[in-house]
Design a protein around this ligand. Structure first.
Ligand SMILES: C[S@@+](CC[C@H](N)C(=O)[O-])C[C@H]1O[C@@H](n2cnc3c(N)ncnc32)[C@H](O)[C@@H]1O
Length: 342
């Protein structure tokens, strides 16, 4: 096979020139040879290109470059289903730890097992769940069914934080990832934080692990989610900073004790504003989430917050769309400082 031998210093320049000229052999890997490298080529490059980089042509045996193939191609190959259905295999899926969640077209129903097995095999999943509904009820439970494997409990790693959860029973929205990561960067030194909808620690853990709050009161009403929250606090060494509270977030004692209140909930979050504002001291910060029709995004979240704040002053710090929630509806977050009435 043909290769261009070149000193290490000029290697990148020659490689780029060969690539631009369409002469780089991408099926084979570059050879490292002491002070030189040998770049595989598909045919002899112009002499001027070699000379410009002090390269010479040689014969060499190049190792084959491992081809990275799109997993969906491998899944299509692995799925033992009629060819006409292959195009229906979803090219997107959720992966939480070693568990996969897929949504399938009904035409694939007779082949559900085979399809699930193909995803499991190619993506190396211990269990595959099929999403059969949305996220339901006060506890925000996902509606899904196991279609491969058995064990639905896993540990999902995100941003250096380990979240243990039962994927069949507890939601974990990949669309909220950016927001979970943003919370990790919110300075809250020495603050008392109330996380009103803590779940398994989606926001409490990033704050506790990456910042130095004095205390985070993490409220969770679902005993199952609360028990994973307790486990995750330990798993991430956040026990000194996070106090899990099992129960309704409206039942905390006291008022004006929180420097920050996190309201990571959808649909009815506004109903909890009066209680959040009762906990928040003057000058404290609220992270208010809302699912809002797109046509109302520029007014409704702030309007609701101002109404709940009554005579207190609302200072908007930041407003952001987190994700599309449903057609024409967005999940947004408004950060605001609530100041005493001037
Ligand atoms: C699932 S989380 C929201 C998702 C999260 N923002 C994320 O990043 O994926 C919402 C949690 O609030 C809990 N919850 C709902 N109402 C509550 C209440 N009144 N008090 C405490 N927790 C509540 C639910 O059980 C659920 O676990």
């Amino acid at each position: 096979m043909l290769g261009a031998k070149v000193g290490r210093r000029n290697a990148e320049e020659l490689r780029a020139a060969l690539s631009r000229a369409g002469l780089l052999d991408k099926k084979h890997a570059i050879i490292d040879d002491a002070d030189n490298v040998i770049i595989p080529v598909t045919s002899e490059p112009p002499r001027s290109m070699l000379e410009a980089n002090s390269g010479t042509m040689i014969e060499a045996d190049f190792p084959t470059r491992k081809q990275r193939r799109d997993p969906i191609e491998l899944i299509r190959e692995a799925a033992d289903i009629p060819d006409r259905l292959l195009r229906l295999l979803p090219s997107k899926w959720e992966r939480l730890g070693d568990i996969g969640v897929i949504r399938l077209d009904d035409a694939l129903n007779p082949y559900e097992d085979k399809v699930a097995e193909a995803y499991a095999r190619v993506l190396r999943l211990k269990t595959v769940l099929r999403e059969v509904g949305g996220i339901e009820g006060e506890f925000r439970r996902p509606v899904s069914r196991v279609v491969f494997g058995r064990d639905t409990v896993t540990t999902h790693l995100e941003n250096g934080i380990r979240y243990r959860l039962d994927v069949a029973d507890i939601m974990f929205s990949s669309g909220n990832e950016e927001e979970r990561i943003r919370m990790a960067g919110i300075r809250c030194d020495d603050e008392t934080v109330v996380d009103m909808f803590a779940g398994i620690g989606y926001f409490s853990l990033p704050l506790a692990v990456y910042q130095k709050p004095r205390k985070i009161v993490a409220c969770e009403i679902n005993p199952k989610a609360h028990s994973y929250l307790v486990e995750n606090i330990a798993l991430n060494g956040a026990g000194a900073r996070v106090q899990p509270f099992l129960g309704d977030n409206r039942t905390l004692a006291g008022e004006s004790f929180a420097d920050r209140v996190v309201m990571g909930y959808v649909k009815t979050t506004h109903e909890f504003l009066p209680v959040a504002l009762r906990y928040l001291r003057d000058g404290g910060v609220l992270h208010y989430h809302e699912t809002c029709p797109n046509a109302l995004i520029s007014q409704r979240p702030l309007q609701r917050l101002k109404e709940a704040a009554q005579r207190r002053n609302v200072e908007v710090l930041r407003f952001k769309e987190i994700k599309s929630y449903a057609p024409g509806v967005s999940h947004v977050v408004l950060d605001a400082r609530i100041n005493a009435h001037a």
